[in-house]
Design a protein around this ligand. Structure first.
Ligand code: DHB
Ligand code: FE
Length: 280
């Protein structure tokens, strides 16, 4: 049977992707950030997941403002890196897992979550930057990836509670898949940042650190945080953090924390990163 063995959380700032692509990771501004991912890179080389359920948000790249699904699942064979204005990132094509993705759609929709099925889309920095942080610059990504896109760019976003429950539904769906697969789930985006308006540049370290603690050890309580609190405390783009709750909902109530990392700033954003293993 397929099994979710671990969860990873990470921010997804586009400038991190540019630093990797342009060979700047050892520059003084970037080196401390990339150092924080060294553990995870070694860890994942040993874990060798077969498939990653990669929860991320599209930034008006694949979904124009003409149509914005709240939750969407990528069921395609492959996903190309999106052109976000400077040409597509020089990273490998993302290979999907259509059979598992279709099973997840079937199971999760029948558990009353309305996923939009996507059979063709490009994936932007929200998905490719986390892959680069975890895997570096391989010729091909070492595993399959099922993109799970969440709307956090156009009001209203889904609640943290809804995201947490979706995680639980995904867990059930994976548990009932008939092939032996080592599956990881990643929650990406965040932490505190605001890219627009009078509060642009906002960072809230106190909020972020409490979030990191609660998502590991008290996700039930954290899942009840209203969306307005994210926007008020963590900035308009801090709402990306609700995606981490999908990851957490798919893990056991108790997890083993293998890594916690926090770094300010990367571009305009506070970077947070976790590696969590499912306790047996
Ligand atoms: C930045 C952060 C984001 O989450 C994003 O989507 C775009 C830019 C930034 O900090 O520059
Ligand atoms: Fe973003």
């Amino acid at each position: 049977m397929a099994k979710i063995t671990a969860g990873v959380a990470t921010s997804h700032v586009p400038a991190i992707g540019a630093a990797i692509d342009l060979g700047k990771t050892q520059e003084p501004y970037w080196a401390p950030l990339f150092e924080g991912y060294e553990f995870a890179k070694q860890w994942i080389a040993e874990e060798k997941p077969d498939v990653i359920l990669l929860v991320y948000n599209d930034h008006a790249s694949a979904f124009s403002m003409d149509f914005v699904p709240t939750f969407a699942i990528g069921c395609a064979e492959k996903f190309e890196p999106a052109d976000e204005g400077w040409g597509p990132r020089p990273v490998p094509t993302v290979e999907g897992h259509p059979r598992l993705a279709s099973h997840l759609a079937q199971s999760v929709i029948q558990q009353d979550f309305d996923l939009t099925i996507v059979n063709k889309m490009d994936v932007d920095h929200g998905l490719t930057v986390p892959l680069s942080l975890m895997f570096g610059q391989p010729d091909a990504w070492p595993c399959k990836v099922i993109p799970i896109a969440v709307n956090v760019v156009l009001f209203p976003p889904p609640s943290g509670r809804r995201c947490y429950e979706l995680g639980k539904a995904l867990r059930k769906a994976v548990d009932s898949f008939d092939e032996d697969l080592n599956v990881q789930i990643w929650g990406t985006g965040g932490m505190s940042h605001q890219l627009q308006g009078p509060r642009a540049g906002l960072i809230n370290q106190e909020f972020d650190k409490e979030f990191l603690e609660k998502i590991v050890n008290n996700p039930e309580e954290l899942s009840r945080k209203p969306h307005i609190d994210y926007v008020r405390e963590a900035g308009s783009e801090g709402i990306e953090l609700v995606m981490w709750l999908i990851m957490r909902g798919a893990l056991n109530p108790e997890v083993i924390e293998k890594k916690r990392f926090y770094h300010v700033p990367a571009s305009n954003t506070a970077v947070g990163h976790l590696v969590l293993e499912n306790k047996e």
